[in-house]
Design a protein around this ligand. Structure first.
Ligand code: GLU
Length: 612
């Protein structure tokens, strides 16, 4: 293993020498550590921010970040660490992510200096039609009924994404990358408040499904904080994937069990739920897709995000473009505004982007992607902005047709659609300069509530991300269900490059609030003079073109909220929005990893060799 670039810099080496365990400064020490690897990590503390060498991992969970750091320490790259961390999150955050769900990876490959996206989104069964979620009278089926049912279960994409990411970018086998997570599931982890609360909030739903109750409600209740939670069934599922490959899910015994359970879920006596439509053929035809990322520019940086079927990359790009356009129109930089003025602009930009994504973005041909992310379209859309007044909601959608006037044509004002608040995000940078921004989910916290018998993981309810009926009668809706289609997402794993080199990577969970959380974090860091940790910790506002916009208590209860209300914003209190993680690549091989200070119990930022 080559010595890290940074240790050749005398001043930094001195800093490092003062703070690092001595062995780590000895050339070849890491190799020796590799050879002596026992599978037991050297525990790093849980912290929201850390600076150091050798690569960085940030996730919501200490055990998962530690798994990623151990992979980097053992010579794995960002792809290896991302998969291993994600698999660990499947153990410790089983209600947010796992092999029963899907996700999106944006990856910077240092060798080719290119950013690539991998789409591991769930697909609808081949039997689906735009009417699948309608009652016989044409009305939308009850949302909660569909959530906790087999009908919401899409073909999982996560195992296929892991396989694809490792084959394309990784240096480790799937077997090696999943081993730490298998160990974690078998040895168990200590239940924290978040895990306890998420279990308790789902207890009634989980109790409908005997297998879910058996695995996640041992003794009939949510596991106590501080107790150890072991999931041997999940360890077995990981072992199967490790030893037989992902084909065991897409073509083998694990897939057979999954299909049987989704099509006819086991329920307790007296409870019945809609049956799923997934078939073995749906699983066989699944593919994680390699795609070109969304690319835009902001303040001289190249911004890369997730393409369709996520709306995340497009919407984040549009929000940033609109913030630039407002600066130009008003002659006042975002950095010069007071908090009310800044959040007013941010809210207007967010609501505008949501109006456009609701009309134009979905897993359909012909999404006008280049127009939606073009500065010219943003300029046209910015004409609606009034520094002294919020635009009435819902803001009408625009016409991204390439023909832009100072104040162009507008479409109808449409209400938004439902999305959950679950999911998890991880960010990795390695010492070679590779970067992974990876968001994964099973949709709602606890997904469909259905556990595949004997395998210890929950099935997603991702198909509820489709609109059950068109948002507006007579207006084309790109997000209706259909055969083999992927539901529209808001997931926004994002990588920023400066002069072609990694600069910053970020992402967050939180359903549709993912888009606003990621944008607000980037703006906080790039324009508002906040450190990365403070940009993540800053009180959040999430305007998604609905009747009201979510505001965290510090905003809602304080003078900023009053100022926004005076401008015409209709705020509603949200206790917590998002749970972001981010990493910055600094000079001389240093990294700064950052996570939440308090949301979801605080996140876990780690570097291989911390210096402070
Ligand atoms: N299903 C949502 C999406 O793809 C994410 C779920 C959530 O964060 O609650 O955007």
């Amino acid at each position: 293993m080559a010595r890290p670039r940074s240790l050749r810099v005398p001043v930094l080496a001195a800093v490092a020498a003062a703070t690092l365990p001595l062995g780590l400064l000895v050339p070849g020490a890491a190799d020796a550590a590799d050879r002596g690897w026992t599978g037991r990590p050297t525990a790093l503390p849980k912290a929201p921010v850390v600076v150091g060498f050798g690569g960085a991992v940030s996730s919501v969970d200490r055990d998962a970040s530690q798994v990623g750091i151990d992979v980097l320490r053992r010579g794995g790259n960002a792809a290896d660490a991302a998969v291993a961390t994600a698999a660990a999150l499947g153990v410790t955050e089983p209600y947010s992510a796992g092999i029963g769900g899907g996700g999106f990876l944006v990856y910077y490959d240092a060798r080719t200096r290119r950013v690539t996206a991998i789409d591991g989104r769930e697909t609808a069964p081949a039997s689906f039609t735009p009417e699948t979620f309608r009652n016989p009278d044409g009305s939308a089926m009850s949302f909660p009924t569909v959530v906790s049912s087999g009908l919401s279960v899409g073909v999982p994409g996560t195992p296929a994404l892991w396989d694809r990411a490792l084959r394309r970018f990784g240096t480790w086998s799937l077997s090696a990358a999943l081993k730490p997570a298998e160990n974690l599931a078998r040895r168990g982890f200590v239940v924290d408040q978040t895990f306890h609360d998420q279990t308790a909030e789902n207890a009634e739903r989980f109790a409908m499904f005997p297998e879910t109750a058996r695995v996640f409600l041992p003794g009939g209740v949510a596991p106590a904080v501080g107790s150890k939670f072991v999931n041997r069934d999940l360890a077995g599922a990981y072992r199967l994937l490790r030893t037989q490959g992902v084909g065991v899910l897409y073509r083998g015994s694990l897939g057979k069990a999954l299909v049987e359970e989704a099509r006819d879920p086991h329920t307790v006596p007296g409870v019945s739920v809609p049956h799923g439509q997934i078939t073995a053929a749906d699983l066989r035809s699944y593919e994680a897709l390699v795609k070109a990322p969304i690319h835009s520019q902001y303040k001289g940086l190249d911004v890369y995000g997730m393409p369709v079927p996520s709306s995340g990359g497009i919407a984040v790009a549009q929000i940033l473009n609109l913030m630039s356009a407002y600066e130009k129109r008003t002659g006042v930089a975002t950095s010069q505004l007071d908090e009310v003025g800044y959040l007013h602009r941010f809210s207007e930009a967010s609501a505008t982007a949501f109006a456009d994504r609701n009309r134009w973005v979905g897993d359909v041909p012909g999404v006008p992607v280049q127009q939606l992310v073009s500065p010219d379209f943003a300029k046209e859309r910015a004409c609606l902005f009034d520094p002294s007044r919020a635009q009435p909601r819902p803001i009408p959608f625009g016409e991204p047709d390439g023909d832009y006037a100072p104040c162009g044509q507008q479409g109808l004002a449409q209400a938004g659609s439902h999305e959950g608040l679950s999911t998890t995000h991880l960010t990795v940078m390695d010492r070679r300069g590779n970067v992974a921004a990876y968001t994964l989910t099973i949709e709602q916290t606890g997904g469909s509530g259905i556990t595949v018998p004997g395998y210890g993981f929950l099935l997603n309810n991702e198909l509820t991300d489709f609109n059950f009926v068109p948002l507006t009668p007579g207006v084309p809706d790109p997000n209706l269900p259909d055969a083999g289609k992927r539901p529209r997402s808001s997931m926004s794993p994002t990588i920023l490059l400066r002069n072609g080199r990694p600069y910053l990577a970020a992402g967050s969970p939180g359903g549709a609030t993912i888009i606003t959380t990621v944008s607000q974090t980037l703006l906080g860091y790039l324009d508002r003079g906040l450190s990365l940790k403070d940009a993540i910790a800053a009180p959040r506002l999430s305007s998604r073109n609905g009747g009201s916009e979510g505001a965290e208590p510090v905003i809602f209860d304080g003078p900023v909220g009053a100022g926004l209300t005076a401008l015409g914003h209709n705020l509603s209190e949200s206790s917590e929005i998002g749970a972001a993680t981010a990493i910055r690549s600094l000079r001389f091989g240093l990294f700064e990893a950052a996570a939440e200070t308090s949301r979801r119990g605080g996140g876990s930022a780690m570097v291989v060799w911390p210096v402070r």
